[in-house]
Design a protein. Structure first.
Length: 317
């Protein structure tokens, strides 16, 4: 960036996009917009309505520092400490995973089922296991203020961020609770002190194996919390344990709804471990209620066709 030239917002946006493209950053244009908006304190729209505005020396210096961090592989969300996700504006830092677009599909599934059953105005209990930044719990809490949502995580740091996100998004019906979900006593505690069962259970546990973690892109491997990504037993340990406790302790109401995000084909492995006769057919998660089975465990595929969601739709006869 030539310091003698008068650099306008339009110039900087073009230069930055080209620089990120050269670095093989897939979201080059978007990242350039976000970082420039953040550095200047402007909205994305204002970048274009003020495109001829020159940057001051101080603004250019601030932007340089941000660009250096991005080129090192650091995700934009950690640089700006914010992530727009579903119906939320979330605070994020290196103590929590950055919420993924595919997890929005999990929320969509739950929301569609709630609307299909017309239970929006009822009082329901929701368990959210491995809440992290609180994204799933808060998205549901914001949409359904009558629901009572309990969100669990073992990480004190993550729960601090989740509570902050509840305040930022004015969601008041989510309670965040620190529990080690790899221990049976934690589920006993839930049933004794919170609720015997839930109408809805959602979970997004760590599901990456140690071997898979070694192959992750550097923007994930070097910056996101490893403990929130990997799980023993080929990535299956925690998801399997949560599923087993749900079954053994009847944590889910018979007419309840369950959805857990895992890695490709992991849901089939978990179901086959507990049920001999089950269909390996996977349903598109965006498909309507009528196209999915009820009163049985099944898998759902993400938008790329990967079988990633362990699911159950209970229906009273």
């Amino acid at each position: 960036m030539n310091s003698e030239k008068v650099w306008t917002i339009k110039d900087i946006l073009y230069w930055l996009t080209e620089k990120f493209n050269a670095a093989k950053i897939e979201t080059a244009r978007l990242d350039a917009q976000i970082l420039l908006s953040y550095a200047l304190g402007l909205s994305k729209i204002q970048l274009y309505t003020h495109s001829d505005k020159p940057l001051t020396t101080q603004e250019r210096e601030k932007l340089r520092a941000l660009v250096k961090r991005r080129l090192s592989g650091e995700p934009v969300a950690y640089i700006t400490e914010q992530k727009d996700w579903y119906n939320l504006n979330l605070f994020v830092n290196k103590n929590v995973l950055i919420p993924r677009p595919e997890t929005e599909s999990l929320v969509d599934f739950i929301v569609d089922e709630i609307k299909f059953n017309q239970t929006q105005a009822e009082t329901k209990i929701v368990f959210d296991f491995c809440t992290g930044s609180g994204c799933i719990a808060l998205a549901l809490g914001k949409l359904f203020p009558n629901y009572k949502i309990y969100a669990f995580d073992y990480s004190t740091e993550a729960l601090t961020i989740a509570r902050k996100n509840a305040e930022l998004n004015t969601v008041t019906n989510v309670e965040f609770i620190e529990l080690d979900l790899s221990q049976e006593e934690s589920f006993t505690f839930i049933q004794k002190n919170i609720a015997k069962s839930a109408n809805i259970i959602c979970a997004n546990p760590p599901y990456v194996s140690e071997e898979e973690w070694e192959q992750l892109q550097k923007n994930v491997k070097l910056f996101e919390p490893k403990s929130a990504l990997i799980s023993p037993n080929g990535g299956l340990f925690l998801g399997s344990f949560i599923y087993e406790q749900t079954l053994i302790k009847s944590l889910l109401e018979p007419s309840g709804l369950f959805c857990m995000e895992l890695s490709h084909n992991q849901p089939i492995q978990l179901i086959s471990k507990h049920f001999n006769n089950f269909s390996e057919k996977s349903y598109k998660i965006q498909a309507p209620h009528q196209d999915k089975p009820t009163n049985s465990w099944f898998t759902q595929s993400d938008l790329e066709g990967k079988k990633r969601f362990l699911s159950y739709i209970g229906q009273l006869n």
